[in-house]
Design a protein around this ligand. Structure first.
Ligand code: HEM
Length: 459
């Protein structure tokens, strides 16, 4: 008699004997069925493709990274040369390295689009707060991973980026210097620093995988949102994930891979800095130390705080300009955690929020300008030039523009988001995903209908 006697076959789709045997011990088949049948809102647009693209890039980064690590040497005397050897002597080493280096930038592009999709469609609102918070944790881990990865080739920008960023911790009152020494593993950025950065750069992507699993588990618990922002209520509102969204995701992935391949094969160093092909030299500081493009807005926020502003007692000794910049830089990320509370609107999707929608796009432009500011020398006068067609001087330094745009960044979250949420009169919501607004009918039963009306509606 089999050891399984007495155990009934698992419910659901009929399977063969072997599959049933496995299923009773490890629910692989029911899990696969769960993913394939996952009821997905039928109205998802292409902005909903970026989560799966991000998942693909994460796996691709781990695979290419593992191959690179087979040929890389984490030692200050050998790191630079080992990367050159990968580029010249290792079979297809150039391809693996360019995929990985450009893949990092593409990963940020995809995740930023994914995040802005969330801000536009109010994806952080109940019941998706935990998905959102896990997303921000992923972003923070990605930033730490990318920063440490950039140090590994041990070029000039690697070394000086490591120096500038680790030095920021020294701005923390009392304990800052000790923290920096502890991070370095010595009294400057040196071999122990490179070694631990390599170790952590290898480790963190797997931590990210773990958090992504939680991100998806939370998503599948509360189910996906959609561009209308009204919850799926009846089976008519959803379709099974497979084949509809597997095919749509694959199509999006194909388009994305064309863009990635363009950079890898035609402009592999476009997003990199030429100074990183000069070996690290602790005695030669580059004229401009600039991070990769995906860190530029934060770099602008960091540098927007000048000594003059914070020179007055009683905060001058506690919050130096440098420390204020560090607080603002981390604050610009951490403030995202508060979005579920800051956004007071009853309505999720910007599609029905005429005023928020405008300020959303102003915010997008603000972050792009911050990126420009981060790429330029603060004391230079900002010029707006286009392909030699015109060259217009703003009369303002990049620092001043950085101060204005940093102010707007926080003003957006702290003032505009809560105030617009209360004041704005949203357009009528559709009754459900399947039933759009007929004859301009009012809210019929979407998420907003179940919640209390806003002050404008009460009036
Ligand atoms: C490695 C990085 C990430 C991966 C692999 C990932 C993966 C996914 C996937 C596959 C989905 C479902 C499809 C979709 O909505 O696009 C999703 C949904 C979501 N993600 Fe991410 N994500 C990542 C980072 C982030 C970040 C940084 C945020 C925000 C800070 C975020 C917030 C969300 C939210 C709010 C949803 C639910 C959207 C909805 O159902 O309406 N994710 N994520």
């Amino acid at each position: 008699m089999s050891a399984n006697a007495g155990h009934g076959a698992p419910q659901g789709t009929p399977r063969g004997r072997t599959a049933n045997w496995i299923e009773r011990r490890l629910p692989v088949f029911s899990t696969m069925e769960h993913f394939s049948q996952y009821p997905t809102p039928k109205n998802l647009n292409y902005w909903w493709n970026f989560g799966s693209i991000a998942g693909f890039v994460l796996v691709a980064m781990i695979v290419t990274g593992i191959v690179l690590a087979m040929h890389y040497t984490p030692h200050v005397d050998h790191a630079f040369n080992s990367v050159e050897r990968i580029m010249r002597d290792v079979n297809y080493g150039w391809l693996i390295r360019y995929l990985h280096a450009n893949g990092g930038a593409m990963f940020f592009l995809v995740v930023y689009i994914h995040l802005f999709r969330g801000l536009y469609y109010g994806s952080y609102k109940a019941p998706r707060e935990i998905i959102w918070w896990l997303g921000i944790i992923i972003l923070l881990l990605m930033m730490a991973t990318a920063f440490m990865g950039y140090v590994l080739p041990w070029g000039q920008m690697s070394f000086w980026a490591a120096k500038v960023i680790t030095n920021l911790f020294s701005a923390i009152p009392w304990v800052g210097e000790s923290i920096t020494t502890w991070l370095w593993g010595g009294f400057t950025v040196d071999n122990p620093t490179l070694n631990r950065f390599f170790s952590l750069h290898y480790l963190l992507p797997f931590v990210i995988v773990g958090v992504v699993v939680l991100h998806i588990a939370a998503l599948h618990t509360v189910k996906s949102g959609n561009p209308l922002g009204v919850e799926a209520k009846t089976p008519k509102d959803t379709i099974p994930f497979h084949p509809y969204y597997t095919v749509k995701d694959l199509f999006g992935l194909g388009v994305f891979m064309l863009v990635w391949a363009f950079f890898v094969f035609y402009a592999p160093n476009f997003m990199g800095h030429p100074d990183n092909y000069i070996p690290a030299d602790s005695l030669a500081t580059p004229a401009h130390i600039v991070p990769e493009w995906y860190f530029l807005p934060y770099y602008a926020i960091l540098r927007a705080f000048t000594a003059d502003f914070f020179m007055y007692w009683p905060i001058s000794w506690l919050i130096t300009a440098k420390f204020a910049g560090v607080i603002a830089m981390f604050g610009s990320l951490l403030i995202l955690f508060l979005m579920p509370w800051l956004d007071t609107s009853e309505v999720r999707s910007s599609r029905f929020r005429p005023i928020y929608k405008i300020f959303f796009w102003v915010f997008v432009i603000d972050t792009i300008i911050l990126g420009y500011v981060g790429a330029n020398a603060p004391d230079e006068v900002a010029h707006i030039a286009l392909l030699g067609l015109f060259d217009f001087s703003t009369g303002l330094t990049w620092l001043t523009i950085g101060e204005i745009t940093t102010f707007w960044y926080f003003f957006h979250f702290i003032i505009l988001v809560p105030v617009i949420g209360r004041m704005e009169r949203p357009r009528p919501l559709p009754h459900s995903i399947s039933e759009p607004v007929l004859g301009g009918g009012a809210v019929g039963g979407g998420a907003a209908a179940q919640s209390r009306p806003g002050p404008m509606e009460k009036a």
